[in-house]
Design a protein around this ligand. Sequence first.
Ligand SMILES: Cc1cc2nc3c(=O)[nH]c(=O)nc-3n(C[C@H](O)[C@H](O)[C@H](O)COP(=O)(O)OP(=O)(O)OC[C@H]3O[C@@H](n4cnc5c(N)ncnc54)[C@H](O)[C@@H]3O)c2cc1C
Length: 599
Amino acid sequence: MRRTRRKPAAPGPHPAADLNPRPGRTVKVIIIGGVTGGASRAARLRRLDETVEILLVERGPYVSYANCGLPYHVGGVIEREASLLVATERTFREQFAIDVRTNCEAIAILTRTKTVELRDATTGEVTTEAYDKLVLSPGAASVRPPLPGIDLPGIFQVRTVPDARAIRAWIERGTAFLAGTNSYSGIQMARPTTRAVVVGGGFIGLEVVENLRHRGFDVTLFEMLDEVLAPLDREYARLVEGHLETHGVRLALGDRVAGFRQGPNDSLEVLTRSGKTYPADIVILALGVKPETGLARTANLEIGARGGIRVNEQMRTSDPDIFAVGDAVEVRDFVTGEWSLIALAGPANRQGRSAADVIAGRDSRFRGTQRTAVVGLFGAAAAWTGASEKTLKRLGDTDYEKVYLYPNSHAGYHPGAKMIGLKLLFRKSDGKVLGAQALSEDGPGVDKRISALAMAIQMGVTIDDLAEAELCYAPQFGSAKDPVNFAGMVARDVLNGDMPIAHWDAARNGFLLDVREPAELALESVPGATNIPLGQLRARLGELSREREIEVTCRSGQRAYYATRLLLQNGFKVRNLSGGMLSRAILLAEAPGFEKELV
Ligand SMILES: Cc1cc2nc3c(=O)[nH]c(=O)nc-3n(C[C@H](O)[C@H](O)[C@H](O)COP(=O)(O)OP(=O)(O)OC[C@H]3O[C@@H](n4cnc5c(N)ncnc54)[C@H](O)[C@@H]3O)c2cc1C
């Protein structure tokens, strides 16, 4: 290993305010990690300051590539690898005058001398570079537990462009091999079904599942928890699972992978703790990520309890000259105030921008994260923002209420409208919006509503503001009363007492009144419920007791709302079962025996 010391940065004019340079010397900023957070920060810094010297070092072969597109490249939706390369070293050099070094790893930070040691991955040469400000954007490493057989050929992760390239090569090679035609040079007539195992039911695992199905694989998804997509509440996770199954995905939930071994004909076998064996021709690990903190530790930077680099709102670490952003850092959850690790591109990008602003002397602060995310599911989508109910419960927070609603994604009379399942969580005491989750076969419809609600949460709005929000409307895009307005109106009715609600999964002892039409009951009914169709209710009030609380249901909660208003104004004690039979069906899918358990 050869060690050389580069000359300190050449003298130059005074640049950015935060940099506080020695007069007459160009300030030098070194950025470590050249993808989402690093690349955005470098470009922003140049836009703010033409004089600062910027060095961007990246361990891998590419900078600024679209890692979010990798699962779709594996699936062939994004066919060309080059499409993923958003900007190259040349772009950075020519357009932004940024010195970019790829295949260059930062191996140590020496805070006393304000230098970084860099190792060239191709030659092994180690050089030392001085910095005035250092920014870390090293991302996170894929979790890869030391399981027996984990290094066998055919087991991959999806983190980098070379990872995706290796998977595609394996699939193409494997297709021929499994058909028994690897030595046959004629036309391959049949494309065999191949078996894939994806380990990990987070959003990247689910994207990989979809893309492997797209390529014709039989896919089994393993998740050690007994539900997929941990940020979702359980009843919504169950809906996602049902949707995956309808698209031919086999689910193995609540079982841990214990190891891997070679199977016959170059295949693999996945062994589980429960003693099962699953054959596979390819295995993709999507077990989550762990912040890359090795370098930060060489500088003795503070590491938080969750294992990420601790930063303040300006993205400054415990060393005032070192900033950190992206998957490697711990930031505050905007809603709960908890320190959190968030591996999402949006926050990484905004944090990079904030850090660049601060370095350039501007007062910029990262507001925290809300975990806003969306995942595509075979044309459908699930999305979430803010706190989930399970998070509020874990924190012992009881000052919240929830409503379930099922509006159309756009006007029902316009072709193509799909139902959106929407859950809204809000403060009982002041109506502040806390979180939302949505699912629909209309993916863009979900994205639009959760994005609007995410913005609302960041602005600290209440349910009244949702009810009053002015959103786009034409019949093919939405409704005059958009689902976001609708959610606010329903929540407002709950808080102001116009519509007291009950929940199917809470202890209930009311008299159950079903206001649907008899034909609907033939399809599905609730044991013990009394049926009075809404149209007959006024005439049949005498059949109801004023002593006992009445719980009203219908298909989605809408007719039950009309019934609730009618009954309340006639002196009855009444609650609307939120979301009606649709919510009940979701809860039944989640826990088939839940009604019995509550009795
Ligand atoms: C397959 C996949 C799909 C995703 N899809 C989405 C999505 O749809 N939506 C979303 O919001 N997020 C998505 N993400 C997450 C998102 O990509 C990350 O949150 C984001 O890239 C984090 O940015 P970052 O700058 O912290 O890290 P990265 O973008 O990962 O960049 C870190 C870089 O630092 C380099 N590095 C590390 N250590 C060193 C060192 N010592 N010296 C030099 N270089 C170093 C690494 O090689 C790496 O290239 C996805 C991630 C993956 C892997």
